[in-house]
Design a protein around this ligand. Structure first.
Ligand SMILES: [Zn+2]
Ligand SMILES: [Zn+2]
Length: 399
């Protein structure tokens, strides 16, 4: 069976590439997506969508009613923000903004979103219900999804199911990951401040050395994953920053450690938070110091619901072939689409964009990151087919 919408999407290929490269050349940081939002809003208006701008500061919502009777609403989400990275690629569409780069592929997501917008507008007479396109600002740690939720993106009309994707250099072009359950992790942060007693480097007996105690805490924190978690459970504690002291001949009074904490299950998440506090405070006390531990709750795990996942799987299988779809992979990366999936059932899937032969294989957030644009039309076809299936009541088939 040929995939519905694939030929439509393939016809759009050049346009998708043009949109993506234009956005790539003009990247904007979170909550500053002014130009990007304008490009999106203009295209949606031209296509006949009802457009609302300024949702969650710089977000854009596009609404389209199908021509058949139906009351379901499908939300399709595309994030728009870039990163504070200086692009190292020498390509014609290189970032024209110093120090800002689309190094996560959100430019591709916006292009896919506008491709979906084109095709669904063209076929609107054939499907029931409502399409709600959510072009989101500030995915990269700034809370863009929550900002749009607070501004009512899930209301009027109420959203029944939410779909989203991430293009990825983790997977080769032509492959996808479509899985049920927790596919991406909760990502929290801990800041530990060790309070010792400063003094002369020559007289450690008069001081309480925050550098030494902080170092013991770094090592002890690594026992939480290896000694406190069941061997089959997954968690990550990374101490990404340690700052203390100014001079070789001064014993530091304080040391500040900053950690990233990743988990899939709420129980594990709570265990990691509790043990980080216990270890930091306990180790500091053993050396005669104190530690303040501040845990900042970040994004929740990205948890896919079974029925929308089954619909995406079918759509992806028709575009890519079942042999190219992985249903088990998950990553300790975090994603703020999780905030949507906490409130409405849905699916977030990964679409391969790596091409080793063309050296399009750098990690996300790397200054050389780029993707094979052939994945754009695949993403468009999968999302169009899945959205229309949801509107046609196919979710019930998988309940
Ligand atoms: Zn990213
Ligand atoms: Zn991303």
């Amino acid at each position: 069976m040929t995939a519905p919408f694939l030929s439509d999407a393939n016809e759009l290929h050049e346009k998708l590439v043009t949109i993506r490269r234009d956005l790539h050349a003009h990247p904007e940081l979170g909550f500053q997506e002014i130009r990007t939002a304008r490009v999106v809003a203009e295209e949606l208006s031209t296509l006949g969508y009802e457009v609302v701008t300024g949702v969650g500061k710089t977000g854009v919502v596009g609404l389209l009613n199908g021509g058949q009777p139906g009351d379901q609403t499908v939300l399709l989400r595309f994030d728009m923000d870039a990163l504070p990275i200086e692009e190292a690629n020498d390509v014609p569409y290189r970032s024209q903004t110093p120090g800002v780069m689309h190094a996560c592929g959100h430019d591709a997501h916006v292009a896919v979103g506008l491709g979906v917008a084109n095709i669904l507008a063209k076929h609107r007479a054939s499907f029931p219900g409502t399409i709600k396109l959510m072009f989101q600002p500030a995915e990269e740690g700034l809370g863009g999804a929550i900002a749009m939720i607070d501004d009512g993106v899930l209301k009027e009309p109420d959203v029944d199911v939410a779909l989203g994707l991430h293009v990825t250099s983790l997977l080769p072009l032509g492959k996808a990951v479509v899985r049920s359950g927790a596919m991406m992790a909760a990502a929290d942060e801990a800041t530990i401040v060790v309070h010792g007693r400063g003094g002369h480097a020559a007289h450690p007996e008069q001081a309480t050395d925050a550098v030494l105690i902080g170092s013991h805490i770094v090592v002890a924190l690594q026992t939480i994953i290896s000694r406190n978690l069941h061997p089959e459970e997954v968690g990550v504690i990374t101490v990404g920053s340690i700052q203390a002291g100014q001079a070789n001949n001064v014993i530091a009074e304080t040391a500040t450690l900053r950690c990233s904490i990743r988990s899939f299950e709420q129980e594990i998440r709570e265990l990691l938070h509790r043990r980080i506090r216990e270890v930091a405070i306990g180790v500091a006390a053993a050396f005669g110091a104190t530690a303040d531990v501040d845990i900042h709750i970040g994004v929740d795990p990205t948890v896919n619901a079974p029925a929308p996942t089954a619909v995406i799987y079918e759509a992806a299988a028709e575009v890519l072939g079942t042999e190219h779809i992985d249903t088990t992979f998950r990553t300790t990366g975090g994603e703020d689409f999780s905030a949507i999936l906490l409130r409405v059932p849905g699916n977030f899937f990964f679409l391969g964009g790596r091409n080793d032969a063309r050296q399009l294989n750098f990690p996300h957030h790397n200054p050389h990151f780029d993707i094979d644009e052939a994945c754009l039309s695949q993403g468009v076809a999968i999302l169009c087919a899945a959205a229309v299936r949801c509107l046609n009541g196919e979710l019930a088939k998988h309940q």
